[in-house]
Design a protein around this ligand. Structure first.
Ligand code: SF4
Length: 431
């Protein structure tokens, strides 16, 4: 674990205007409150990239630390919305000495909860391998908005991701009045798959989200930007939509982890450096990225991720006339209005375990009928689901209920992506 003082020192060292605290899951970092408040005290914007499992607990801590009778209308609203229990309300009202002393994460316009959302209920629960996670995310977002926090959603688009579902997801979360959406294509590199493409003479698109496919999936991103608040420079959005090329500037969104400054980027690791300046000077940056359609490094070939290319749009590395105006307009013009909420929208969003169509349904049914050890609907590739794990509603362990932040290992995600396809086929057959 990186000590608190070191975390604060590295934020200062690279003079980041904005710090994204990711993980695994940042809310299990023991001094997360002190870290958030320390970075805010340095006058930096903070994004907490979270799976939302502990968000409501952190917000209850905040309420207990600031409790006064003036808070009662909000507490009533939270109780009416079933976002806190009567017991929680009692603890908040008690507001004992320990609660008052506790460092808490308070709402501020400089901080965002950045909630990991990879689809509507069925897809999201499947990706994190735990039923009920989507519902918890929605409840945490509703509670955060009542309390005045800023909230963004954070979505990775995979080869299997359906464009229609992304749009429906934006509509639903916009109707909950979230403040914006971060979205990026997933990183697609796997040496074993690359080898298979070569040996089997297959097409890269059979295995990877290629640049061409990314551009197809993001073809409507500017249209989305007119309807929803998409976080990301307009120039990066044009790049994703295939309207222009950009050069990778991974050094502008650097990653620090337990081993130091990670180079060249958040996704690939060719080395770690003790100092940010040291990394800047020692890494041969012109070995990376794609220039005029030619990959300088084969691992960069299909990469269009935001940590490599979003800063390019802000820094003007491939400047075109009018870019400054686009950036100005994006930053200072009015944001799109929230999508109108409706019961139909919510019904469409809760399309998984809430309506008895959770991805673990088949496994649970098998267990209930005495067929313990049967494979789940999505585990036909050989992942036997254990009885205990299935009963917990968690096919592969709670550690997967995260954002895959912090390393470039795609093996777990690749398995999950295959499962999405399997599960969709099963769900379609069942209908
Ligand atoms: S192109 Fe992508 S994988 Fe390559 S260095 Fe840039 S961010 Fe990293």
């Amino acid at each position: 674990m990186v000590p608190l003082e070191k975390c604060l020192a590295v934020a200062e060292e690279c003079e980041a205007p904005m710090v994204s605290i990711c993980g695994g899951e940042p809310l299990i970092y023991p001094k997360i409150e002190e870290l958030v408040n320390g970075i805010l005290a340095q006058d930096r914007i903070v994004y907490i990239c979270t799976n939302a499992m502990f968000m409501r607990k952190k917000m209850r801590d905040y309420l207990a630390a600031i409790y006064s009778p003036a808070l009662e209308p909000k507490i009533k609203k939270l109780l009416n919305g079933k976002l806190i229990s009567d017991k929680d309300a009692g603890t908040i009202r008690k507001s004992d000495e320990a609660a008052l002393k506790k460092s808490v994460i308070a709402p501020t316009k400089w901080m965002y909860w950045n909630v990991h959302m990879d689809g509507l209920e069925f897809t999201h629960d499947l990706i994190v391998e735990r039923e009920g996670v989507f519902k918890e995310c929605v409840e945490a977002i509703k509670m955060a908005k009542i309390l005045g926090y800023q909230v963004a959603t954070n979505t990775t688009v995979y080869k299997e991701t359906q464009v229609k579902e992304i749009e429906e997801m934006f509509e639903f979360f916009s109707s909950l009045e979230v403040d914006g959406h971060t979205i990026s294509p997933g990183y697609e590199y796997d040496a074993a798959k690359k080898d298979m493409v070569k040996r089997l003479g297959k097409q890269p698109e059979d295995f990877f989200l290629t640049r061409k496919m990314t551009r197809e999936k993001f073809a409507k991103i500017q249209e989305w930007g007119a309807r929803f608040t998409i976080f990301g420079t307009p120039v990066y959005q044009e790049f994703l939509a295939g309207k222009r090329e950009l050069t990778c500037t991974a050094w502008a969104i650097p990653t620090y982890n337990v081993k130091g400054w990670k180079a060249p980027c958040y996704l690939m690791t060719d080395g770690h450096y003790a100092g940010y300046q040291e990394m800047l000077t020692k890494v041969q940056w012109d070995k990376y990225g794609v220039v005029n359609g030619v990959a300088r490094d084969p691992r960069c070939e299909n990469c269009m991720v935001h940590c490599g290319y979003d800063p390019s749009g802000a820094l003007g590395t491939n400047y075109q006339r009018g870019d400054n105006w686009k950036n100005f307009k994006y930053n200072f013009s009015a944001k799109p209005k929230p999508f109108p909420s409706s019961p139909e929208l919510a019904k469409r969003a809760f399309n998984g375990v809430s309506i008895g169509k959770g991805h673990l349904a088949e496994a649970k049914a098998a267990i209930n009928s005495g067929l313990a050890g049967a494979k789940s609907a999505f585990a036909r590739g050989g992942n036997d689901i254990t009885e205990a794990a299935a009963a917990k509603g968690n096919g592969n362990g709670a550690q997967h209920a995260g954002t895959f932040c912090g390393n470039g290992d795609t093996s777990e995600r690749d398995e999950l992506k295959a499962k999405i396809d399997d599960a969709r086929k099963t769900a379609t057959k069942a209908e």
